[in-house]
Design a protein around this ligand. Sequence first.
Ligand code: SF4
Ligand code: SF4
Length: 380
Amino acid sequence: MPIVNLLVKPASSLCNMRCRYCFYEDEAANRTQASMGVMTRDTARRMIGQALEAAGPDGSLQVAFQGGEPTLAGLPFFRDFVAETRRQNTNRLPVSYAIQTNALALDEDWAVFLARNHFLVGVSLDGDKTLHDEFRVDASGKGTWTRIQRNLAMLQRAGADCNLLCVVTKRCAKSAGRIYHALQKTGVRYLQFIPCLDPIGEVRGGRPWSLTPDDYGHFLCVLFDAWYRDWKEGRYTSLRLFEDYVHLAMGLPPSTCATSGRCGAYSVVEGDGSVYPCDFFALDDWKLGNLRQTSLAELSKSERAVDFLRRGLQRPAECGDCRWQRLCFGGCPRDWVTDGAGKTGNYYCAAFRRFFAHAEPRLMEIAAAETAARRNAPTF
Ligand code: SF4
Ligand code: SF4
């Protein structure tokens, strides 16, 4: 049963905010064409048809919209997209939608649309007002926390399923507990944390927001302590990275490619139909082609796509005898760096080692409890 997973950028790298650490703005600036424009209805229509065909008679389709800021494609684009998918989905395959948004441009119409169509809405929020407003600013340089909070509450009132995405900067890393509790206060119980990226080609660690391995290791340990305490006391908050580690300890598949040790879980489709194998490699060298000329199915079998998968399966040499391999798999290749002596390793390796040493017994405790709970759960 093929699962076709698309990460669609309907407004390319266009954005109504100017987050100082934005990785996609940097990535777009590193390719021949930074913005590939807003997706036309015709490109969307072709993409939907090709994706449903690739899913076959019994597969499924997962579409995640991202940017830049995807809502800049406009609500009519999204309405059309959902209607067109319904029209073309003659096999009635399961289709799910997600959107990652800064939430700045949302209004009641958006909130109702997203809730009605069961979009999983990821809202970017960096903890509390002080931390968020330091880097997440609008086009005039003003902090956005108050407006995002208001729009998040509007989404919740409309009944949309929300999760929060927090970018871990150097400053955030010092305040893991404070951020965790600030995010919990919104009432959203699904949280994701992703390390902030340094610009492509720069030696890591040189920007005010740069997250060093030491910062990240500290952050993960403090965050885990707070999360574990909640689990122990029956106040569960879903935290994607830690849940992935628990699932791996239980012998279950994790939810992200970065924790699975395999690239190629999804395809990125840019505004003009250009296709890339990963959001972190949406660069000229990794462009697979354009779905307006070559179908998604064919592009996924192209030499570059196969090469990308092959590279993603390799591990840095130092991972070979590491005792944390079965939980870590070397992490995401975007974090693999080569030092002056030609030795490749994960930039955050020291953070992972510190975290696993700190958390392993408790990760195993949760895994054992979850396994027992599943065993005892009634089956119908
Ligand atoms: S490079 Fe990282 S994010 Fe990209 S597909 Fe591989 S594991 Fe996933
Ligand atoms: S902790 Fe470091 S050495 Fe071990 S698997 Fe992860 S990245 Fe590789």
